[in-house]
Every structure is written in C-alpha cells, then in structure tokens.
Ligand binder design. Sequence first.
Ligand code: ARG
Length: 461
Amino acid sequence: PANAQWGGRFAGGPSAIMQEINASIGFDQVLWRQDLRGSKAHARMLARAGILSGTDETAIRDGLDAIGAEIEAGTFVFETALEDIHMNIEARLSERIGEAGKRLHTARSRNDQVATDFRLWVRDAIDALDRQVASLMLSLAIRAAEHAADPMPGFTHLQTAQPVTFGHHLLAYVEMLSRDRGRLADTRRRLNECPLGSAALAGTSFPIDRALTASLLDFDRPTQNSLDAVSDRDFALEYLSALSIMAVHLSRLAEEIVTWCSAPFGFIRLSDAFTTGSSIMPQKRNPDAAELTRAKTGRIVGALMGLLTVMKGLPLAYAKDMQEDKEPVFQATDASALCLAATEGMVRDLVARTDRMRALAGSGYSTATDLADWLVRVLRLPFRTAHHVTGRLVGRAEARGVELAELSLEEMQAEEPGITAEVFAVLTVDASVASRTSEGGTAPDNVARQASAWIGRLQHP
Ligand code: ARG
C-alpha cells in the first residue's frame, strides 16, 4: 500500500529495500522528546496566529502528551514503514485524535521540523556534557590541591626535563577542559536559532509568527534564511569538532594514566573499580578504562570526518543525505559521556605514589637547568657558557654513574673554579619546583592557589 503520509500520487508502495535504506526510525527515535516539544510549540503558534482553532490545539497538545506517555511506557509501536520519528508520531496523533492531528503539519515540513528537533537535541546534549566536563574539572582540581607540593618528573620528548608538581600536571588538564567547555558554549550560542517556519525550503504563505515559536522553544531568535535553515548542519559539525578536540585531550590524559600505572613508572595505582584482570596472568591489573577512553577518540573523530564528508558538495537545500547526520552525533555523544565518566572515576580513585614520583623527579639530571641558572645568577656567567659548564658536569656525573648533587665540590670546581658549596642547595627537587614562581609556573604556592581558585569557580559558578 502507498504511504499514508505522502502516498497520494503513488499507486504502489516502496520495496522492502527502499524502506530499509530510507528508514531512520531505528536511530532517530531518540529525538522523540524534542519532536513532541517542537510540535506543541508549532501548534501553539498556529493557534495564536488564528491558523488553527483553540480546540484543535488542545486536542493536539493532549494527544502529543499521551504519545509521550506511550513512548515512556514502552508501549508505542515504531513502524519502519513510517520512516522516521516525525511521521511515526504524526501518524499516531491522527490515529488518536483524528482530523485535528492531520492539521498539525500546516505551515511545516519535515525539513524544518528535523532541523529544529536536531538543534534541540544537540543543545540538550551540550548542556548535559557541560555538567560532566565541569564535574571532571572539579575532581581534577581537588586532586591537584591535594598534590600541589608533590614533585614528579616533568618530561619533554618523554625524557626527564625538570621537576614539576603532580598538582601542576593535573591542572594542565583543567585548563584544556575549560577551553573545551568554551567551545561547547560557543557552539550552543550559534546553534540557538529556530529553523521552524522555514518549511520545506522557501518559507510559507501562512501568516505564522516565527518569533513566538522560537521563544516557546527557548531559541534566541528565528533563523533568517529558509534555505540555509533547512540545509546546513554546521551546528552538528561544530559540536563534533568540539567533542573531537575534547576527546583528544582525554586521550592524552588516558595515555598518561596507562603509562603512570605501569610497573616501570609506578607513579599511580588505579582502583579495583577502574581496572580489570587478565585471564592468564594472575598478577595483572589492566587500565582498560583508560585504554578505551584513548581508543574512543577514534570513533568521535570518525564521526566528525563522516559528517563532514556527508555534507561536502551537497547542493542546497535539503537532501536525504542529511539523514546521515544523526548517528555520528548520537554515537559521539554517548562515547564522550562515557569517557568523561570513566576519566572522572579514575581521577577520583587513583592513589598517587608520591615517594616514587619524588625519587624519579630527582633522577636523570632533572635539576641541571637549576645549576645553570645558579651560575648565571651568582657567578654572572652568560647563560650559554653556564649551559656548557653544566653540560660538562652532567657528563662527569654520568661517567661516574652518580647524580649532580653527588659530585664533590672539587669536581665541580674543576669545571668552574667559582662554584661554591652553596650550589648544592639548588640541586634538590623541592628547591627546583619552589623556585618556579613565574606566573603559571609549577611552584607549590602557585599550584595551591590555582587549584583553590578552580575549586571555588567550579563549586560556585
Ligand atoms: N528523517 C529525515 C531526516 O532525518 C527527516 C526529513 C525528511 N525530509 C524529506 N524531505 N524527506 O533527515
């Protein structure tokens, strides 16, 4: 049989394959809340504009609420033949309330309807993810405050560079996540315009009130070009871009967690709740949550690449290609929410092995820069000369298999006669981190101040 919603000019129905390739109900049913909300706003506007009677509007509103209850109760039957969530709900509405239900689609097309629903969905997703990011940032800041003065090796090229504090390292991620929130907020600001009323592509001849629909749906304003409104998905691309960058941040922390909890590093211990065992090796505690957070970046970035490719070269206005916009967005949202939750769980539970980090922070000639800086400050050597002298001292220490602080004063003076015993004071890990008081530096006082500033901001936004 021909489709009940659009079958007027068709004699026969679509083939099974046509239905299968066309249907989106399998995934777009998650839009049901947004679809009901959008339809109620549209009906209210139609009634206010005198296009629909008050009685019809009431019937539509009550009918849509009843459908919402059916979906919530799991009794609603989603039909593949009805393609998508929009037509499933509209068909059910007509089934329940008759003629009034058939009037709902006046001055509307599925093209502006789906663009509106999808914006509403992404907006809700941004709000939920934003709360999760803020919560992860707070957990990181709390752990940073706790470890503001605990030294760890700082790396460049993954080679020991200079000591930093563990708190400082954790706060680096708080900064990154804060920019991720900023990107999500920007996306939300730009997407917050209402496409409804653009109809199929050209607008409508009915005397609609687009400002009213927009405000009923908490949009800032109606979109200003009907072709653009039904045919762009840049809001979804921006959202996926923001999620991709955030996923890259989370993957870096995940990678560090994997490294830190390995036996050769031994910086942290993860909790039983966020590790798994091995089926053969009894000693194993595997950081699977961190590994999967690292890996899910692939599907999130993949979602962005997929949708960019779908949109590229599409002529205006709507094309069915755009139905492929939803799964990447839904999947990337689920993956992001899961990664944020897993990361927060690991961060909250992890036990920092501060003795181990402190010991390693002092190895590998990590305070060589402090020695060079001392030569500049106290002996007034040019930095390049000080660098060279220090390099020779590191060479001596390495040849003897000792750390810089284990060289005798005589050995030091053999390279630079001006060196005095005071130099040993700058070679400790604590002196090194305490001296990094420049703005944004790793000095424990800086870190403690920044951690508490973040905690304050996140607890009382
Ligand atoms: N399910 C469709 C989508 O997600 C709804 C819009 C259909 N519009 C159309 N002209 N066939 O894009």
